[in-house]
Design a protein around this ligand. Structure first.
Ligand SMILES: [Zn+2]
Length: 160
């Protein structure tokens, strides 16, 4: 399935949540869980600023979905997220049986930006989601949003 205008609108909300996270002293990542009918069911943003670096929005949404959605609802849901799931979150997504993923920036893009800015790589490998969840349906990155998401990460890591 190709990227739709609805996906793009949800991605813009994910980027707004990422900006909100950055403003609160967390890392600039945000995600929304969209039902098969196109409704936002849950939102989350990174909350790692307190020192727990597992507090990723995609992980939070997977756990929310496990608690609140049936397996069928989870399979029909889409997670729209500012940055591609890390391996931890991809695994949570896969174990929970969630559906499609749409990300604004890929893990490879983020890793490339860190290298470009002379920063050390993240401690967890920047694998594509499909390396962790082979059957995942993944769309992204989205060129129309690249500059915006790159600027958020630049502000977070280089020019606070
Ligand atoms: Zn993650």
């Amino acid at each position: 399935m190709a990227l739709t205008d609805t996906d793009l609108a949800h991605l813009r909300r994910a980027l707004a949540l990422a900006a909100e996270a950055l403003a609160a002293g967390d890392e600039p990542f945000g995600s929304v869980l969209v039902s098969g009918a196109g409704e936002v069911r849950a939102e989350a943003r990174n909350e790692a600023g307190g020192g727990d670096h597992t507090r990723h929005p995609e992980f939070a949404l997977a756990r929310w979905a496990a608690a609140h959605l049936t397996p069928e609802e989870r399979a029909r849901a889409t997670v729209c997220t500012s940055g591609e799931h890390c391996p931890m979150c991809a695994a949570a997504h896969g174990w929970t049986g969630l559906g499609r993923i749409v990300h604004a920036a890929s893990a490879a893009q983020l890793a490339g930006w860190l290298a470009e800015w002379g920063l050390p790589p993240a401690p967890v490998a920047a694998l594509p989601v499909t390396a962790v969840v082979p059957g995942a349906l993944v769309e992204g990155p989205v060129p129309a949003l690249t500059e915006e998401i790159r600027a958020l990460h630049h502000r977070a890591r280089v020019r606070p």
